[in-house]
Structure formats: structure tokens, C-alpha cells
Ligand binder design. Structure first.
Ligand code: NAP
Length: 301
């Protein structure tokens, strides 16, 4: 599998990333999770995407237990996690309302907690999970600087930021934000047209795409738009030698010049294997636009 460096001097990640948002739903014990991680590594998927809030603040610990059971794995994988969202949860009794906190103290404490949960002493990448209307960019820069100087976090980025929010935070940092992790798929076209991918390309900062299969909605038999897009994906799949709709949907993302890294959400190794094969599918422009048209429900102007 191709590896991609996120900006000059940034981390190098596998082109496909394994996301563990749904880890608790997978119901895996530590052994099954280790098998899944090893299976990903065998396919060249070495980067794992987490967040403090996943599974109601439980997924990092589940993943960390697997790392603790096999410590040599840590050197073979890249760990991404996120912070800044505060959920109302039994695991956070002080939270009275769902909110964001990008204050210095919270970011440092959240990152340190992620290190403990994940049984590691350094994170490869820490992302601000959502843009915070109260974000003080100077404070975020202070937190990032402290975590970086202490060797607790190697690289920093953001998630779900609009270009101007990315620009604001970057203006306070003397090192590059290495990615913006955004929602992007054949059923979510906004970043193609709202400046997000233009900024990523201008800065040579490859974006990570979450829900690259629209969170499974692509396969919903009752969703009319999804059915239309699936039909287009299947037709293109036939043209490229019998690829599945999931593979063509990923190849459609990989075709973009911003060098997108899809963050897969499956817990099934055979689906990761199919996804890995999507790298070999080269869509031409007319195939790419056929899929865009099926999603948008109209031709390009
Ligand atoms: P996704 O890959 O678009 O969706 C995964 C869902 O689709 C799973 O329920 C999976 O079920 C199903 N699926 C996958 N392939 C399928 C197929 N061929 N046929 C039928 N169903 C299929 O990704 P996602 O889980 O929504 O998100 C991926 C990752 O992005 C998350 O794990 C997380 O790391 C990250 N994320 C980030 C943010 C953010 O704000 N930054 C937000 C959401 C997610 P199975 O498990 O049964 O395969």
C-alpha cells in the first residue's frame, strides 16, 4: 500500500487508515482486536484513527488494552486521536451540556489522558475534533507547543475545519498543521466545492476523509440517492474489470489530486482487504464525473 507524507516534515501514514469509532459495537475481545490490527498491518494499513469520545470515552482504552497486550505493535503503527469535544456522559460527570473545549488546560489534559488510555508515551497525530466557536487560537498554539516540547505529541492537525478556521489556527503556529480530517464521500460532496480541498491542495496538506462510504448509508436499500450512486458505482465497477461499489467509491476519492486518505470504518478484515485493492483502480475523468452526476442528481454546469 502507498504511504503518504502529510506535508513536508509531517508524519507518513498508510494511504488507507483504519478508524475505530465503532470499535465498541464490533464487540471484539482483546484477541480479536489484535487479530484485526495484525490483519490491517499485513495489508499495509498501519495508521489507526481514534478519538477520546469514541464509544462514550471507551474506545481508546479498548485499543490501548490491545497495545498493552502486545507492546511491540506500537512501533509498527501510527496513532491518531482527537480531542476538544465534551460529551454528556457517565464517564464525564462534570459535563452538563454537550460542548467544545479548546482551552489550553483541557487540550493538554485530554492529550495526556489519551496517552494513558492508549498505553503509549507519544501520539503521532492529535486533531482538534471540531471547530470551536470560542477557540482562542493563541491558547491552542500554547497547548500544542507544550505537548510538542514534552514529546507527548509529534504532529497536530484539525478536523471538520473550514479553510478560514484552518488558516486562523495555522497563523499562530510555527509548524504546519498536517491535515484536516473531513467528511467526504460520494454522498458528501461539499468539500469539493467549498474551498476545503482547494486549500488542502494549495498547502500540500493531504486531507483525511471520514465516513468514506457515507457511514454505510451507501448500502442502504431504502435511500434513493444512495441507490442511484450505487448503480453508477456498479456500472463503473464493471468497466474497470469487476470492482465492487465500495471499491469504486474509494477509488473515486483516491483519484482526487489533494491526495485524500480515506479513514475506513469497518471492523471486518475482508472489507479492509477489498478496500486495499481499490488503490489499483484508476478511474478516468468521465467515470469520475458519472459518479459525481449520480450523487448531485444533475450534470455539471
Ligand atoms: P465508513 O467506512 O463510511 O462506514 C462504515 C460503516 O459502513 C460500517 O457500519 C460498516 O459496517 C459499513 N460498511 C462498510 N463497507 C460496507 C459494505 N461493503 N457493505 C455494507 N456495509 C459496509 O466509515 P465510518 O465508520 O462512518 O467512519 C470511518 C472513521 O472515520 C471512523 O472510524 C472514525 O475513525 C472517523 N470519523 C471521524 C469523524 C470526525 O469528525 N473526524 C466523524 C466520524 C468518523 P461493517 O463494520 O459491518 O463493515
Amino acid at each position: 500500500m502507498t504511504r503518504i507524507q502529510l506535508t513536508d516534515g509531517g508524519p507518513t501514514f498508510s494511504r488507507l487508515v483504519a478508524g475505530v469509532w465503532r470499535l465498541r459495537e464490533w464487540g471484539m475481545d482483546s484477541r480479536a482486536l489484535l487479530d484485526f490490527i495484525h490483519g490491517c498491518l499485513d495489508l499495509g494499513v498501519t495508521t489507526f484513527d481514534n478519538a477520546d469520545i469514541y464509544g462514550g470515552y471507551t474506545c481508546e482504552a479498548l485499543f490501548g488494552a490491545a497495545l498493552a497486550a502486545e507492546p511491540s505493535l506500537r512501533g509498527r503503527i501510527e496513532l491518531v486521536t482527537k480531542c476538544g469535544i465534551q460529551l454528556v456522559s457517565d464517564n464525564r460527570p462534570a459535563n452538563r451540556v454537550h460542548h467544545y473545549d479548546t482551552g489550553r488546560d483541557h487540550l493538554v489534559a485530554a492529550a495526556e489522558n489519551s496517552l494513558r488510555q492508549l498505553h503509549t508515551d507519544t501520539l503521532d497525530l492529535l486533531l482538534i475534533h471540531r471547530p470551536d466557536p470560542l477557540m482562542d487560537a493563541d491558547e491552542v498554539a500554547e497547548a500544542f507547543g507544550a505537548l510538542r516540547a514534552a514529546g507527548k505529541v509529534r504532529h497536530f492537525g484539525v478536523s471538520n475545519f473550514m479553510p478560514w478556521q484552518f488558516h486562523l489556527l495555522q497563523s499562530r503556529l510555527d509548524f504546519p498543521l498536517v491535515t484536516n480530517q473531513i467528511e467526504l464521500s460520494v454522498l458528501h460532496l461539499d468539500p469539493l466545492h467549498d474551498g476545503t480541498l482547494d486549500q488542502a491542495q494549495r498547502l500540500r496538506t493531504p486531507p483525511m476523509a471520514w465516513s468514506p462510504l457515507a457511514g454505510g448509508r451507501l448500502f442502504d436499500p431504502w435511500d434513493e440517492r444512495a441507490a442511484r450512486v450505487r448503480a453508477a458505482l456498479e456500472a463503473v465497477g464493471q468497466e474497470v474489470g469487476g470492482a465492487g461499489a465500495d471499491q469504486v467509491a474509494l477509488a473515486w476519492l483516491l483519484r482526487h489530486p489533494a491526495r485524500i486518505l480515506p479513514v475506513l470504518g469497518t471492523g471486518k478484515l475482508e472489507r479492509v482487504r477489498a478496500a486495499a485493492a481499490a488503490e489499483a483502480i484508476a478511474l478516468d475523468r468521465q467515470q469520475w464525473f458519472t459518479i459525481w452526476e449520480a450523487s448531485a442528481g444533475r450534470e455539471v454546469p
